[in-house]
Design a protein around this ligand. Structure first.
Ligand SMILES: [Zn+2]
Ligand SMILES: [Zn+2]
Length: 308
């Protein structure tokens, strides 16, 4: 059983423009005590407040691309963080251009934010843009009308847990405990060798989440996300709009499901719905995806999904 929280909250599920019921693209991923924001659309900060998400604790924001439905809530959020007197550095990852957009807003009103913003420009897929002892984040190259990236969150393998009864029985010294946790066997003072599998408990498998933002159907990142526990893949259209999807560099329900299937994913979330689909139509939309990939769920504002 995993003890570390790894949890996704959907903050926006609509494609291109918001509707009276849906906001455009944004998600919050919590891993351990860290909060990562994926895209930041109009209304993201309002919904975060409603859901009691502590927005000042977000230190890393990932913007998939610079179409308005994926970042127009960012200036507002940055202003709010300033008004609340934020001190901590904020890191923003996006394709080139965002720094210029944000700086012009601050320059025109003569504002110097209370906190530092570091912009990290993404130039290619497959690069590690964040790394800490518990999780690694890589870019995934999408296939869209402008440079667009998804993000792959991969947990680091956990250390093996040593069984307490052995520590007590043999009074194992600390330096040896560390080696056992890393996989070594242990030789007792009497020369008895205890295998690592005997001494330790296998930790749970590392988990992963792939956020695949706007893209037309492409298999180019399938190997990179192979075996992912949960994938979000846009599905702007139902399958009868396959031609439109292709023209607009978006995907359909069946295409998203095919990617999840080919990648060996365990769970698929679909979203970025065209505004033409109401909640009733989404039942048929979901069925189309489930016909190919049964463990598919709809992204919906406020809905929480555990990565497992
Ligand atoms: Zn979009
Ligand atoms: Zn787009």
């Amino acid at each position: 059983m995993h003890k570390t929280p790894f949890r996704l909250t959907i903050l926006g599920s609509s494609g291109a423009m918001p509707t009276s019921k849906r906001l455009t693209s944004a998600q919050l991923l919590k891993h351990s005590n860290r909060l990562f924001l994926l895209d930041c659309s109009e209304g993201t900060q309002i919904l975060m407040k409603r859901l009691k998400i502590p927005l000042m604790k977000i230190n890393h924001i990932f913007i998939s691309h610079l179409h308005g439905d994926h970042y127009l809530g960012l200036p507002g959020l940055l202003f709010t963080m300033h008004l609340l007197g934020r001190n901590n550095e904020l890191n923003i990852y996006s394709p080139p251009g965002l720094k210029k957009i944000i700086e012009i807003q601050f320059d025109i009103c003569n504002l110097k934010t209370s906190y530092e913003i570091t912009f990290h420009e993404i130039e290619q897929g497959g690069s590690v843009i964040y790394n800490d002892p518990t999780i690694k984040i890589e870019t995934i190259e999408m296939s869209h009308s402008i440079p667009t990236y998804g993000f792959l969150f991969s947990e680091k393998p956990l250390e093996r847990n040593i069984k307490k009864k052995y520590v007590d029985k043999y009074d194992i010294p600390v330096d040896q405990i560390l080696q056992i946790k890393a996989g070594s066997s242990y030789t007792t003072p009497k020369g008895e060798v205890l295998a690592n599998e005997e001494l330790t408990i296998t930790p749970p498998q590392p988990r992963s989440y792939a956020f695949c933002s706007d893209t037309s159907y492409t298999e180019k990142f399938i190997d990179q996300i192979n075996g992912v526990d949960m994938i979000y893949h846009e599905a702007t259209f139902m399958k009868d709009f396959a031609e439109t999807a292709k023209e607009k560099h978006h995907s359909t329900t069946t295409e998203a499901a095919t990617i999840a299937l080919k990648a060996g994913a365990k769970k698929l979330l679909v979203g970025h719905y065209s505004a033409r689909y109401d909640n009733n139509t989404l039942k048929h939309y979901l069925k189309e995806a489930r016909d190919i990939f049964p463990n598919t769920l709809l992204a919906e504002e406020g809905k929480v999904f555990e990565v497992k």
